[in-house]
Design a protein. Structure first.
Length: 226
């Protein structure tokens, strides 16, 4: 028991270290030094698994040389627009980036390049129906966010586009409906045998007595009784 709690404690400690090792970065502390553009127009609707997005990113050249000396890698992500975050805690924007849920879908990960980079990606099938924008984060060699850029303005109101998830039934829905079908077949069988037993009892009783007609009985037994 003691050994186990020791193990749990050390695991907790380890995960704390892992957390702090990744640093605590606040979004509000990042400089917007990257220029990011994406092909979807304001209000455009893209189909997941079908349509593509072309994204470009690079340093805003008005920043002095050396601004990007610490940038090692870039991640380009799809992020939920505020309208798709309402009442959804699992998409919430938190300034503490280790808790932020705004940008959940990585579309490009690669080494940072000072000159513009461009990439075309197909929207993944698991991207849910929502309104999005594109944001890129630059990371230093410790894998901490050090800068960002995005296709929308600071209030996330411009250049928003929609992604429509694949239509068709969800797997869990299929499982649920299969369960219901199995249940209804079982229930039907159950009723059938209950009725059958009742009618057997009735036909036996109608041979010995004459009360069967007055019995509270459904169609199945009345046929077998008559
Ligand atoms: C991206 O989509 C456009 C129009 O839907 C199409 O013309 C183009 O070939 C696609 N590009 C790639 C790389 O799939
Ligand atoms: C580049 O950065 C400067 C300084 O922050 C800013 O004024 C300018 O609007 C940025 N350029 C673009 C295209 O966002
Ligand atoms: C940010 O979140 C991490 C992980 O939950 C936490 O350890 C840290 O204290 C938070 N930092 C701030 C400034 O809220
Ligand atoms: C950066 O991009 C330029 C032009 O596309 C290319 O020549 C260069 O090799 C790239 N550098 C790195 C480090 O990827
Ligand atoms: C990089 O892209 C921006 C727009 O995203 C554009 O204004 C700039 O001219 C491009 N720079 C180069 C070197 O292609």
């Amino acid at each position: 028991m003691a050994a186990r709690s020791l193990l749990v404690a050390s695991l907790l400690l380890l995960s704390c270290f892992a957390e702090t090792c990744h640093g605590v970065v606040l979004f509000s502390s990042l400089q917007r030094t990257l220029l990011v553009t994406a092909s979807p127009k304001q209000g455009e609707v893209l189909k997941a698994g079908e349509n593509n997005i072309t994204v470009s990113w690079g340093l805003n050249q008005t920043f002095p040389a050396g601004t990007d000396s610490a940038y090692k890698t870039i991640k380009v992500k799809l992020c939920y627009a505020p309208i798709s975050q309402v009442d959804r805690a699992w998409r919430k924007t938190v300034d503490n980036l280790s808790k932020d849920k705004t940008c959940q879908f990585n579309v490009v990960t690669g080494p940072y390049n000072r000159s513009n980079s461009t990439s075309t990606i197909i929207v993944e099938k698991d991207v849910p129906t929502a309104t999005y924008f594109v944001r890129a984060y630059a990371y230093d060699s410790q894998d901490n966010e050090v800068a960002y850029g995005q296709t929308t303005d600071g209030h996330k109101t411009t250049n928003l586009f929609d992604i429509q998830a694949i239509t068709g039934r969800h797997v869990s829905l299929d499982i649920a409906s299969a369960c219901f079908s199995a249940f209804s077949v079982l229930a039907l069988l159950g009723f059938f045998f209950m009725e059958k037993r009742k009618s057997m009892v009735l036909s036996y009783k109608s041979e010995t007595g004459k009360w069967a007609m007055f019995n509270n009985c459904s169609l199945l037994c009345s046929i077998s009784v008559s």
